[in-house]
Each structure stands twice: as C-alpha cells, then as structure tokens.
Design a protein around this ligand. Structure first.
Ligand code: HEC
Ligand code: HEC
Length: 209
C-alpha cells in the first residue's frame, strides 16, 4: 500500500490536470468562473474518495469519515496536516500536494455532504458509562454527543473507533496538541477513570448510530 501510494497519487494528479485542461479548452470556457471552480473542487474531492469513501463516508476503520463537518474545521485540520502541526500517517504528505485555496475548496465540498455513522459493535454497559463521562468531560465543546458541525471540533458520535482511539492516543501522548481546556478535561478524566474511562467513551460514540 505504502509503496504504490505516491504513484497512484501522481496518476490521479496527472488525470486531474489533463481533465482540467480539457475542460478549460472546451466550449464551456465562457461559462461563469463559479461553475468551473465548482467542477474543479468536485474533481479534487474525488482524489480523496479512495480512502475517505464516496461522499466522505469512510468504509475503512482507520480512516475517518469527513462528510458534514464544518468547512472551517476541515480547512483548519487540512492546513495543520500540511504544516506538520498535526501528526498523521497519510495526510501530511497528501495535504502538501494542494494549495491552501484548494484545501478550502475541497473542505467546502465535504462540508455539504451528509455524515453517516459507521456501523460498529459496542459493549452496552461500557457505552452507558461512556454516556455519563461524555456529559461530564466532553459535551461542552462536543455538543449533541459530538455531532454538531458548528462546534468546529470534529465528530465523535458515529466516527470509526480505531481512528478515534488512535487520535486520542496522539493527543494524550502529546503527538497532537489538544486545545488547552480540552487537555485539562482529558487529564482529569484519565486520572479519575483511566484507560477504562477512555474505553467507555469509545463504546458510547460507537453506539451512536
Ligand atoms: C491514502 C489515503 C487517504 C487519502 C487519499 C486522503 N486521506 Fe484524509 N485521512 C487519511 C487517514 C489515514 C487519516 C487519519 C490521519 C492520518 O493518519 O493521516 C485522514 C484524516 C483526514 C482528515 C481529518 C478528519 C478529522 O476528523 O479530523 C481530513 C479532514 C481529511 N483526511 C481530508 C482529506 C481530503 C480532503 C483528502 C483529499 C484531498 C484526503 N483526506 C485524502 C487517509 C487519506
Ligand atoms: C474546551 C473544549 C473541549 C473539551 C472540553 C473537549 N474537546 Fe475535544 N476538541 C476540542 C476542539 C476545539 C477540537 C478541534 C480542534 C483540534 O483538534 O485542535 C477537538 C478535537 C477533538 C478530537 C479530534 C476529532 C477528529 O475528528 O479528529 C477528539 C477525538 C476529541 N476532541 C475528543 C474529546 C474528548 C473525548 C473529550 C472529553 C474527554 C473532549 N474532546 C473534550 C475542544 C474540546
């Protein structure tokens, strides 16, 4: 997977620039620029579909669904991957291939799509405990159980557990920086509830379908 990735991306990039040129050279040329940038943004978004799924609903548990998050959040996250401020396995390399303006355009495309919760198993006793912990430690900034786009804080409910778990590990290990107040809450949670508390939260988010 890792080995073929750069080539696959290169090919996609090539196809993209050819089709963009063809488009610009066609009779469509005289149409309003907005039409062209809309079509271009959709094409850019297609290069994300291999991993994030069509319409931003991911089928693979290590890759987050990105549909329906706010354009602000998506743009910020993409820029942070690009600059290296946010640690990543894949996205740093990918985001570097786009201008900030293109990242914003692609964010706009996914912000308009509909989020679909991942179908996952969860332990119901743990989920029940997780619901309480979420209310106490997280709901303030991740309202509606972490499904409110306007919070600009990503989605928790219905997000893939392996992605969420890896992200929380990046946060607690300091690999990814937490917002200051979130850090305080997460510290408190870990001190009082430990790994079991984190597992309970994960079970709760997985149970929200
Ligand atoms: C090769 C697979 C792959 C491709 C292609 C890809 N992504 Fe990702 N994306 C990932 C993975 C894996 C993560 C988790 C972070 C990491 O480890 O890189 C991620 C994370 C993200 C996140 C963070 C979501 C959150 O909840 O904070 C956003 C936003 C995102 N990708 C957007 C995009 C966009 C936009 C594109 C297309 C321009 C794209 N990705 C292309 C694999 C991919
Ligand atoms: C004071 C506000 C605040 C609190 C409290 C808070 N968060 Fe956050 N959280 C944020 C913001 C803002 C972001 C997005 C910006 C960023 O990632 O730096 C975020 C991002 C996240 C992400 C990344 C989402 C993604 O899609 O990658 C996860 C996971 C997360 N928070 C989990 C939690 C959990 C679990 C709790 C409770 C234990 C919690 N947060 C408490 C503000 C908060």
């Amino acid at each position: 997977m890792k080995k073929i990735l750069p080539k696959a991306l290169l090919l996609t990039g090539l196809a993209l620039s050819i089709s963009t040129t063809a488009f610009a050279g066609s009779d469509e040329k005289k149409k309003a620029p907005a039409v062209m940038s809309g079509a271009k943004a959709e094409m850019l978004a297609n290069t994300c579909a291999g991993c994030h799924g069509f319409n931003g609903v991911s089928q693979g548990p290590a890759t987050p669904s990105i549909a329906g998050m706010s354009a602000e959040y998506l743009t910020e996250v993409l820029k942070a991957y690009k600059s290296g401020d946010t640690a990543s396995t894949m996205m740093g390399r990918i985001a570097k291939g786009y201008t900030d303006e293109e990242l914003k355009q692609v964010a706009d495309v996914f912000a308009k799509k509909k989020f679909v919760a991942a179908k996952q198993e969860s332990d119901s006793a743990a989920a029940k405990k997780g619901k309480k912990l979420h209310k106490k430690y997280c709901e303030k900034c991740h309202s509606e159980s972490g499904s409110e786009a306007d919070d600009d804080s990503g989605f928790l409910s219905g997000q893939w557990t392996p992605y969420l778990h890896a992200t929380m590990t990046d946060f607690t290990s300091g690999k990814r920086e937490m917002p200051k107040k979130m850090k305080k809450k997460v510290k408190k949670l870990m001190k009082k509830e430990g790994e079991d508390g984190m597992k309970a939260l994960m079970a709760y988010y997985a149970s929200q379908q």
